[in-house]
Design a protein around this ligand. Structure first.
Ligand code: ADP
Ligand code: MG
Length: 311
């Protein structure tokens, strides 16, 4: 792999989006080709405008032997449909995104990811498909949540939570309290609005090791790590929460982790793992590596270098 596709800055379209600029600079220093894509044009479905800056390699059939150049997208999240569109667009220009669309979706959409994981290593999850602006049938929802009894749960959609609104739109102290479930769910749907992805996921709440004080909205900082996997091997990892009290007493079980995710065929993905007060480790979230933020604790240079070396 020798080419990256970074989101451009809509205010300065000749440059990479500010947030990704330091990373794109590292990629350039490492000798990679850095191209740009207009993310909002992809979202609008205008792939030609989106890929205005990407030079065509040839007539679109790839190299003489028909191979397409692997391209690593790095930028804002895309829905699976947007990702498919982007992949079609780069294909015509002689490239292919490193992860095919079905692999992107498998890492991006929680209900699909869960199917690839052993249920013992990720919180129990009940999924309710829903599209904006529909609301769930509240009575039916309570029946669906019955397996949780009166245990606490957290709420997210197929991709994102509203963790920064922890008490009002993420954490539900008892799944059996219909009024509270409804109140938190309504607030969550209100905040997600049109960005709602796929539907609702209610997940067994785990008592995770605290590593810092609760934030403004009660959101706890916990012992959580982000691990990047490239071609089935751990390539880089670090603490997920900036500002968390550094705790290297027991690092994440990387060898086990690689076997936990062995059914995931994506070439480049991330795994967020956290430790409970009982000492057990759980997979909290998986993400396609191309749309996963690299925390400051992770060595971005070595991660990008591995991507380049893998070819
Ligand atoms: N089942 C759970 N039990 C306890 N805490 C959780 C659970 N799931 C997520 N969290 C906490 O909430 C945060 C946000 O959840 P996550 O699934 O990663 O959503 P997002 O995509 O918004 O980051 C996690 O980083 C973790 O600290
Ligand atoms: Mg997360």
């Amino acid at each position: 792999m020798n080419a990256f596709l970074y989101c451009l800055d809509p205010l300065e379209p000749d440059d990479v989006e500010e947030l990704f600029r330091p990373e794109a600079d590292i990629a350039t220093q490492l000798g990679a080709n850095v191209f740009m894509v207009n993310h909002s044009a992809v979202v609008c479905g205008d792939v030609d405008r989106a890929l205005f800056h990407l030079p065509s390699r040839d007539s679109g059939d790839g190299d003489e032997d028909g191979t397409l150049t692997p391209l690593i997208y790095r930028g804002w999240m895309l829905t699976p449909a947007e990702y498919t569109l982007l992949n079609e667009g780069v294909h015509i220009r002689g490239y292919q995104l490193i992860n095919p669309p079905e692999e992107y979706r498998a890492c991006h959409w929680l209900p699909e990811t869960i199917q690839l994981l052993n249920t013992k290593i990720t919180p129990r999850t009940i999924t309710i498909p829903l599209t904006f602006p529909s609301l769930p049938d509240w009575g039916q929802l309570q029946d669906q949540l019955a397996p949780f009894g009166s245990s606490p749960v957290i709420l997210k959609d197929y991709v994102k939570s509203e963790k920064h609104y922890w008490r009002e739109a993420c954490f539900i102290p008892s799944a059996a309290e219909g009024d509270v479930v409804r109140c938190v769910t309504e607030r969550f749907l209100d905040l997600r609005g049109e960005d709602l992805q796929g539907g609702l996921c209610f997940r067994q709440f785990l008592s995770l090791v605290r590593t810092g004080p609760a934030g403004m909205m009660g959101f706890p900082t916990v012992k959580e790590y982000r691990v990047f996997i490239i071609d089935g091997a751990v390539s880089a990892w670090g603490e997920y929460w900036a500002g968390a009290v550094h705790d290297d007493s027991e690092p994440p079980p990387l060898e086990h982790l690689v076997t936990w995710v062995r059914n995931i065929t994506s070439r480049f993905f991330s795994v967020d793992v956290a430790q409970t007060d009982d000492g057990d480790w759980f997979v909290i979230e998986i993400g396609d590596g191309q749309v996963t933020g690299i925390p400051d604790t992770v060595n971005a240079r070595s991660l990008l270098q591995t991507l380049l070396d893998r070819g």
